[in-house]
Design a protein around this ligand. Structure first.
Ligand code: NAP
Ligand code: ZN
Ligand code: ZN
Length: 348
């Protein structure tokens, strides 16, 4: 077995604390990664506080993992010791269903194996990346270019792919007007990607203080969503809107801003379901969609695109011991724009 030290939530109500555990021995198809950095996703917070239910404790969160390969199994072809590697939200899937066959493992019909708060096929629990190492099948490991700042690349593994995938699926492109709701970890990546695809990007925020940053990140316009007059000016004008908000809010205010047949896609997962004004959809043949992370092949494409175009996340590095403080700041929308844990600080 591989000894690992992590930070775990032992209960939804207690701060995270050091936790020693073991990972499986490196199998023929596995790579062992020494974790250097791990991003902090709002999904970590939802899960350690058990806001979505079905939380399994102790829980070691973390699914924006980057580090260096230290060991590979005999059958591994794509990695060797010393390589940079990443792990996102999934570490296995059935690999035989139609979705897996199409490289859409996130929609595996038998359910994918999550990087943490999930179970391997043998029933043992998965523990995430707020830890010293990870052992993963190479089919679920990603290659990271050494052209990228490694710490700032970590958030690409979830915030990056979760925004890339819907922008690509709904074919966001030059000439379109695209909205991004919320400038947090996901939202700031969505702004960068949509701008890089050539769309005219409008950022909707509840934090007027983020306006300048939004423009720097690629938005052409910023709308403070609490301002009804400003919202009205954009009625019926958007081709596509991506909603990344982590808390309950009015999604009907955004369907009203879509053109006829435009699409609002939700990626944020607030614990409470939204109320839907179906008239907004029916009377303009508008569409409401959802999207979950992205497949492994697509994640690699996104990482390669980022290496080519010099795209990474804007990060604030924190030591492991400050994780609960980071969660509290995240709840106040006080993140610029992703916390990343420096795993060198794990031992304190
Ligand atoms: P985050 O960094 O905390 O950003 C969320 C942003 O939402 C905030 O910065 C804030 O932006 C806005 N916001 C917060 N509370 C709000 C409220 N009450 N009303 C309106 N806006 C509010 O979170 P994240 O890591 O980007 O994650 C966002 C959501 O996506 C979470 O629910 C997470 O679980 C989910 N997620 C989904 C997937 C998927 O596959 N679908 C993957 C990863 C994460 P402003 O300050 O600009 O208003
Ligand atoms: Zn995430
Ligand atoms: Zn499957």
């Amino acid at each position: 077995m591989v000894a690992s030290l992590g930070y775990a939530a032992h209960k939804p109500s207690t701060p995270l604390a050091p936790f020693n555990f073991e990972r499986r021995e490196v199998g023929p198809h596995d790579v062992q990664i020494d974790i250097r950095y791990c991003g902090v996703c709002h999904s970590d917070l939802h899960q350690v506080r058990d806001e979505w239910g079905h939380g399994a404790f102790p829980m070691v969160p973390g699914h924006e993992i980057v580090g260096r390969v230290v060991k590979v199994g005999a059958q591994v072809k794509g990695f060797k010791p010393g390589d940079l590697a990443g792990v996102g939200c999934m570490v296995d899937s059935c690999r035989t269903c139609p979705s897996c066959g199409e490289g859409l493992e996130q929609y595996c019909e038998k359910g994918f194996v999550g990087t943490y708060n999930s179970n391997y096929k043998d029933g043992s629990p998965t523990y995430g990346g707020y830890s010293s190492n990870y052992v993963v099948d190479e089919a679920f490991a990603l290659r990271i270019s050494d052209k990228l700042d490694l710490a700032a690349a970590a958030p690409l593994l979830c915030a990056g792919i979760t925004t890339w995938s819907p922008l690509r699926h709904w074919n966001v492109r030059k000439g379109q007007k695209v909205g991004v709701v919320g400038l947090g970890g996901l939202g700031h990546m969505a702004v960068k990607f949509a701008a890089s695809f050539g769309a005219k990007v409008v950022l909707f925020t509840t934090s007027p203080g983020k306006s300048e940053d939004a423009i720097r990140l690629g938005a052409q316009e910023v709308v403070v969503s609490k301002n009804k007059d400003e919202m009205k000016k954009h009625m019926r004008s958007f081709d596509f809107i991506l909603d990344t908000v982590s808390a309950a809010h009015d999604i009907n205010a955004y369907t009203a801003l879509l053109k006829r047949e435009g699409t609002l896609t939700l990626v944020g997962v607030p614990p409470q379901p939204p109320t839907l004004n179906i008239g907004n959809l029916i009377f303009s043949r508008r569409q409401l969609g959802g999207s979950l992370i992205g497949g492994i092949r697509e994640t690699q494409e996104m990482l390669d695109y980022c290496a080519e175009h010099g795209i990474v996340s804007d990060i604030e590095m924190i030591p492991m011991q400050k994780i609960d403080e980071a969660y509290e700041r995240m709840l106040k929308s006080d993140v610029k724009y992703r916390f990343v844990i420096d795993m060198e600080t794990l031992k304190g």
